[in-house]
Design a protein around this ligand. Sequence first.
Ligand SMILES: *[C@@H]1O[C@H](CO)[C@@H](O)[C@H](O)[C@H]1NC(C)=O
Ligand SMILES: *[C@@H]1O[C@H](CO)[C@@H](O)[C@H](O)[C@H]1NC(C)=O
Ligand SMILES: *[C@@H]1O[C@H](CO)[C@@H](O)[C@H](O)[C@H]1NC(C)=O
Length: 701
Amino acid sequence: MPPPIPPDSLFWGTSLLDLKEMFSRTLVSLVTLLFSLSALPGLSLPATKNLQASDPCATIAGQKWVAPADVRACFTSFPVDPVEQANIVTASTRILGFHTSVNYQIRAPQPFTVDVHEDIIGDLQRISATQYQNDLDFHIDVSRSFKRLGDGHAAYVNLCYDGLYVNYIPLPLVHLTDNLGFQHVHIAPEAFKVAQAEFPDQIDFWQNALPGGLKGNLESLNGAQVLLIDWKPPYVAVDENAAISGGYQGFGTRQNSFFSSYSRAAKQWSYVFGQFASQSLPLSDFVTLTVLREGKIVPDTFTIPFRSRISTSAVAWADSPSFRANNCKATNGTNGVDYYASTPNNNDDSTARVQQQPQISPADRRKHLLNVILDVTPPSDVPLPPEIAPALPPLGGSYSVAQFYYLNDTQTGVLALGSFSAESFSDLQQSLLTGLQNLKTAGAKQLIVDVTNNGGGYICIAHWLHRIIAGPKDTTEPQAGLYTEARAQPLAQAITAAIADGADPDGHLMYNPIHWAFANNTLFPAKYDWLEDPVKKVINGRDDLFSQKLGQECQPFAIDPPAEGLFDSKKVAIVGNGRCASSCSLFSIAMNKLEGTKTVVFGGRSTVRQQYCGTVGGQSTDFRTLNSEIKTVKLTGNPLAPPDFLTNSVVGITWRLGFGVWNPEEPEEWQDHPANVPLDLTKDNINNPLAIWNDVIEAVF
Ligand SMILES: *[C@@H]1O[C@H](CO)[C@@H](O)[C@H](O)[C@H]1NC(C)=O
Ligand SMILES: *[C@@H]1O[C@H](CO)[C@@H](O)[C@H](O)[C@H]1NC(C)=O
Ligand SMILES: *[C@@H]1O[C@H](CO)[C@@H](O)[C@H](O)[C@H]1NC(C)=O
């Protein structure tokens, strides 16, 4: 094995990035210098050619696959526009006035104190006073500050950079346990199959990039054990990524995000590459892996390049000015509107592009409340290879993200549920009832609910699923979810006061009392100013204001629920990789803590506590929606009102926070959710839902 050398590509680190940026900046300035020299009288350089070469965004224009360094050269070629910097900081800071968790996240309660300790308002102040080498550096600082909240609802996304290109290598990794119980990182056994199907136009590039005997032999890396990543033990790379990946409080969950997995999408079973093999910013150029291939006794070390693929939602450009104009400025989907002056075009909604749920109908988006996480990487549309996708026929009632299977043990039904949203709310609601009834009729006595990579969705679908499984009882009727509170900062109070004064006669606004209920679950009267008398709290030494405790708003349901529970809740297992957020958390927590349902998390490190869910929230919302509320009640002149974004930015927040089940005085968000059963992934069940379900039967029932 070659001696360890200083890594030439530090994963996800910043120090090397800075070096690379210095390098590319030097190149750019050299070219600029040449170009400016050419403009001097007496010097004649082939000016047109150099002019094009000197525009790093022109270099990559119109290409599907490019080297990450070339994307970075474009992204880092823009200095920070001080007007945009101030605008992003002010708009983000003020919208966080509506985020319930700002003061909690300065120092989260146990068991998440070590994981979450971010003063986001303080960091935004720091950022406003910082000078950056270029606009990408500025963006990364804002984005990572939000990610340190460990809250998938609270994200800052700039569609100019995040996910505009996705950085890939064809080697997704998995975390496997061997016969003796030892855990190792491996290249996914299906890596080549997936890469060949997804990257037919790029696979040869990687085949040819491999050195020596590996050249053209990408497939031989399938299943190989990974001994070193950039000359360090693989868990170093796993943990470096977990430190900045955000989205979940739990460290174990962020570790799991590094690895490939699957999800049930609206149209198919999808393959999720994981954060090692797909990155939302072009920050890594190469990775050097030392691996032990199957059947070999001598390890191989090789360096493989990342390639950046352009997003289908990027708007074409020719040069730097058009890149910036077409992709980096606010669009019709960025800011809100006064609902009484114009109708928002929901097809434009920028937030929808990063919500981790299928496309939903605009009518349902207006009508039904959401609790869903944002992610800079759009939901995967890569099919899970047929060899590992469930081969069983789905039962009647299956619809979109909800698929029902009756297993051949003749005892177990499976509900694979990739999201709590689907295009149609009512079709999803009916599907869950019909599918579970069909499983019961077929003979199922126990139920597996697979929520792998379920980022949430409709709040009332979570309540509905809890209610129809568990039946009518005091834990499901009338409240099948969590009691909640909203934040009651002065601008929110001004909105409810304006609504009480008649500013929203047609009931369009989220802050309208007609949507909400007292803690005794009776609806507020119309015209009631529900934030007039806020609850004062001191959180981490800071004064804060919240609404009174809010009751449920989902029941009565539009469909009559069955008179009896469909399954014995203790014969239900909720299964996943821990990446179950938002409405998925609302459902799983209610089932686990109120009904005694078992939770199973697969694939995690055996030494790390596995949370079965994270990012609980209560209800999520975003900049555009809140900006519309403010415009509709004509409060844009309020000194606390955020300005419109000038950039192609999205901010998400937690708008209502659920109270705990076991400790009802404190938010559920930072209460513990340890999985009852950690399940190993092995060569036999990796990324194979049916094999995992069979192992769950053995481990749980
Ligand atoms: C944005 O909205 C304006 C006004 O409704 C419209 O004229 C324009 O075409 C829209 N732009 C895009 C890109 O849809
Ligand atoms: C049930 O299915 C599993 C997985 O497909 C298979 O291994 C097993 O042999 C089957 N059992 C029966 C009784 O058919
Ligand atoms: C529910 O609580 C509100 C506020 O305390 C009260 O005005 C109302 O009468 C209560 N309703 C019922 C049915 O108890």
